[in-house]
Design a binder for this molecule. Sequence first.
Ligand code: SF4
Length: 116
Amino acid sequence: MQHMPTAKNEQLNTNLFNDFLCLLQGKIRRQVLVNTQPEKVKECHQLRHGECRQCAACCKLIFRCPFLSSDNRCSIHESPVRPRSCQVFPIARQDLEDVRRSSGNICGFWFASDKN
Ligand code: SF4
């Protein structure tokens, strides 16, 4: 028997798709920034406060990083091959929102101003 899509299911699918698009946009934004505007990244970090709580939520945005070990630790954290976009996360307030949107986690960092 074929199930008809309900309005509730369609809304759920729309929300999931919108979340996916936002997270994808965030990944692309961070890649572009670290590769084309390293000075901008430094400026953004001057507004950043707090510290990493090692929750690994940023290692699971859209997909689980293959270098994340079973105990939620980055297996290449000290390696030079660790992506620059991981090293500088979070760059801006939108990144905190991506963490919340993806996992409901609260990143240990926060930003002092709305400038970025
Ligand atoms: S989401 Fe924030 S607190 Fe959690 S691991 Fe990433 S940088 Fe650290």
